[in-house]
Design a protein around this ligand. Sequence first.
Ligand code: S3P
Length: 439
Amino acid sequence: MPNKIILKKKITNFYKRIEIPGDKSISIRWVLISSLASGVSTAKNLLISDDVLASIRAIKKLGVKVIVKKNTCKIYGVGVNGYKYKKNLVIDAQNSGTVGRLIIGILIDTPFPIKIIGDKSLSKRDFKRIAKPLSKFGVSFKLNKNRNLPLVLNGSQKLKAIRYYENKGSAQCKSSVIFGGIKTAGKTIIKAKKSRNHTELMFKYLKLPINIKRNKNFDLIEIQKVNKIKPINYNIPSDISSGAFFIALTVLSEKSQLIIKNVNVNPTRTGIITILRKMGVSIFFLKKKIYKGEPVADILVKSPKKLKSVNFPSKFNSEAIDEFLIIFLIAAKAKGVSNFKNLDELNKKESPRLKWGAKILRLMGIKVFTTKNSIKIFGNPKIKVNKKIIIKEYLKDHRVFMTCVVAALTFGGEWHIHDKDAIKTSFPSFLKIIDMIKK
Ligand code: S3P
């Protein structure tokens, strides 16, 4: 099968109800926490994608038995101190920053050095951001070029509790230190800029010794050593970051309507909804409920008659961090100039996404100004693409691929989009659901 797709036709209006796969952040956290539980945990609707499979392969290497049948998964947890550490262990986080950064926090008490590797994209990303705080527990790291993978972790059995100020709004950094905290005697205290809080909610649900005080912009998290974790059965809700591509497809199509079932709508993840509402889109949460501390709802979205431009408040950056490419695409069709700022983190994802977002819009004929951490988009409600657009670089970035597919189906033109395989990391069934909506 060729690793590219050619799209030449716009999607016609649709009226659909879809189901999308499980949330990636919750799936990975469930895998890691279940591996440390005492007993068997089962998940339904686990996301079966390369990122989650990387977390499963990692815990298998540490002696944990896992059975996966379709999207149901059973993990035979070995207890908080039950991993079987071998000499010369190599853990491959593949494309996933979440797997790499979170598991290193869990592994800080390893008796032997562990090497962590990743694919081409992950090997360019910053691991100093977790090596630095984790070192304070009393472990040491050898990082490639002082900040990248491959890295070697030298663990310690004499860990000491730390204080850490997480100021990037990175849930991966925060969670990595929380995991370090459960292995360490004493109280680890984290002051963390707001970011997705699935780790904390799962810990709370499991009644682990975590204490959270919420302030306006920061959370104060206290975590203590954990001796035992109960198994956790979990029905994983769907991923709003995957749903975002279909929300955008609806917003950019005419006279269309979509319901996405059973989506995680944790407020630390719904920045895209807040912003689309500001831009004049009708989006509703139906059948809202709380499941294991996480808000879940069906999302109803209707294509708007007009789209307003937006001055995106930076305080929502973390809540929308994975959705900016698709939000830029929507801003391209809005009336007026949209502004986004303080986006330093965006160029540190699977690919430099601020750069790519601007490039895609420019290829479509949209006027864009960028600085190293901001973008100004001059929207055009009448935008039509009539030319051939080729996206050829192999970035290993699933969200660049999916954004281009949505652009091709809503703005027109002839698009040759390479690197189709990138969707395997987060959303292998993406194109099947697109086909289902086309029918
Ligand atoms: C994630 C956190 C975010 C996000 C990533 C998943 C997580 O990364 O972009 O896709 O599951 O914790 P950062 O922590 O680097 O912001």
